[in-house]
Write a protein that binds this ligand. Structure first.
Ligand code: NAD
Ligand code: DAU
Length: 373
């Protein structure tokens, strides 16, 4: 059921709006805020508001007519078809997904539904819409699919970082569902000529990230004096990218990328998980010292995630050379901004730490060795 809470129609012409799916989530909301701030172009935001979707992320756009919010599901093809016909977006940026690996391990079905069936449903509606476009509207139309580096599987310690040519080898239900969606997007380009572009990005961090993911979970647990649950030996490696740098990469791919191409986006910031947790503890020691001593005292090694990929790393040469993209934040500047954001926005954090969140924390962590969460 569609619920439109803002009226944007009066201020726009056809084909000068983009459709964003999943725009109330972590990266989608950062993308919309940056997009409207930098480009001023209207956004139609279709989001089902799952546990991960939060309109508070977009509170600064509450009375801005350039943001039109539709509460709806990408699997609802009648809704998507009618939105495309009514709003006539010139491009689509597809973020909507179930995104948390641990949740995919405990409940994979939702990942199949949203990430595979939902992307397929969306592609079908877009194929029909694209088929009716003509002339310049058809030439400029783009479908940008936001995907992940996890589709490439796990690297050994000295393996070369992933590139666009790395064979797919997904290891979790989450990455398998994203890989399947990537394949559908590719097939719709090759078979139907849909001008689709896929980005495969490494781990993001920054404002508005739901505190089930490593960095915000560690910040909020530390502030509450709770254990900091490090999986396994803490030596798994991720390649961290500040969220606004991911958003600028998506804009570059959308504006200058070639249909049918994929672009790997990464921050050139490989870190072990234990390094990340120590970096957060050190920043909190500086910015919000605890009477009970250094935050690192809370670190607790717990039972590993099943099938835990050991290392991800991206070689972003293609997007850097072809689209002249580069990240602006180093890990040191990005993590400082992030910790400061969570310190300054405790009301946001309190609002997302609901009953559902507590239930999730109990489900995911209570069976693991180490201290109780
Ligand atoms: P998120 O979980 O924070 O947000 C997902 C959003 O999608 C939420 O607002 C949710 O309500 C919405 N959504 C879920 N199911 C939906 C449905 N059926 N219909 C409409 N909306 C639905 O995720 P995120 O971290 O912002 O990730 C966004 C995208 O980027 C995902 O596709 C993810 O795979 C990809 N990605 C994430 C990262 C990362 O580090 N977070 C890195 C690379 C790629
Ligand atoms: O690589 C891109 C992917 O990064 C995105 O596609 C996913 O949507 C996003 O969730 C992220 O996946 P990860 O599994 O890498 O992120 P997460 O924050 O869950 O975990 C990061 C690392 O930290 C991972 O090695 C597992 C570890 N970890 C995580 C949690 C939640 C812990 O040690 N303890 C924890 O409590």
């Amino acid at each position: 059921m569609a619920l439109c809470n803002r009226e944007g129609g009066a201020v726009r012409k056809e084909y000068d709006m983009i459709l964003v799916t999943g725009g109330a989530g972590f990266i989608g909301s950062n993308f919309i805020l940056d997009w409207i701030g930098l480009k001023g172009e209207a956004v139609l935001n279709l989001d089902a508001l799952t546990y991960a979707g939060n309109l508070a992320n977009l509170a600064s756009l509450e009375i801005d007519p350039r943001h039109v919010f539709i509460h709806g599901d990408i699997c609802d093809s009648a809704l998507v078809t009618s939105l495309l016909a009514e709003y006539k977006p010139r491009a689509i940026v597809h973020f909507a997904a179930e995104s948390h690996v641990d949740r995919s391990i405990l409940g994979p079905a939702e990942f199949l539904r949203t990430n595979v069936q939902g992307t397929f449903s969306l592609l079908e509606a877009v194929r029909s819409y694209y088929g009716k476009l003509q002339g310049a509207e058809k030439d400029v139309f783009r479908f940008l699919h936001v995907s992940t580096d996890e589709v490439y599987g796990s690297l050994g310690p000295v393996d070369a970082p992933f590139t666009e040519g790395t064979p797919y080898a997904p290891n979790s239900p989450y990455s398998a569902s994203k890989a399947a969606s990537d394949h559908f997007v590719r097939a719709y380009h090759y078979t139907y000529g849909l001008p689709a572009i896929t980005t495969n990005c490494s781990n993001n961090y920054g404002p508005f990230q739901f505190p089930e993911k490593l960095i915000p979970l560690m910040i909020l647990n530390a502030l509450e004096g709770k254990p900091l649950p490090v999986y396994g030996d803490g030596q798994n490696v991720r390649d961290w990218l500040y969220v606004s740098d991911h958003c600028s990469g998506i804009r570059a791919a959308l504006e200058q990328g070639h249909p049918g191409e994929t672009y790997a986006i990464g921050g050139l910031n490989e870190k072990t998980n234990i390094e990340i947790v120590h970096a957060i503890c050190a920043l909190l020691d500086e910015l919000r010292p605890s009477h009970d001593g250094p935050y690192a005292r809370l670190i607790s090694y717990v039972t590993d995630r099943p099938g835990h990929d050991r290392r991800y790393a991206i070689n972003p040469t293609k997007i850097m050379k072809e689209l002249e993209w580069e990240p602006k934040e180093t890990f040191e500047t990005g993590i400082r901004k992030t910790v400061q954001w969570y310190l300054d926005n405790s009301a946001w954090s309190q609002s997302v730490v609901s009953g559902e969140y507590r239930k999730w924390i109990a489900n995911n962590y209570s069976g693991r060795n180490g201290d109780e969460q």
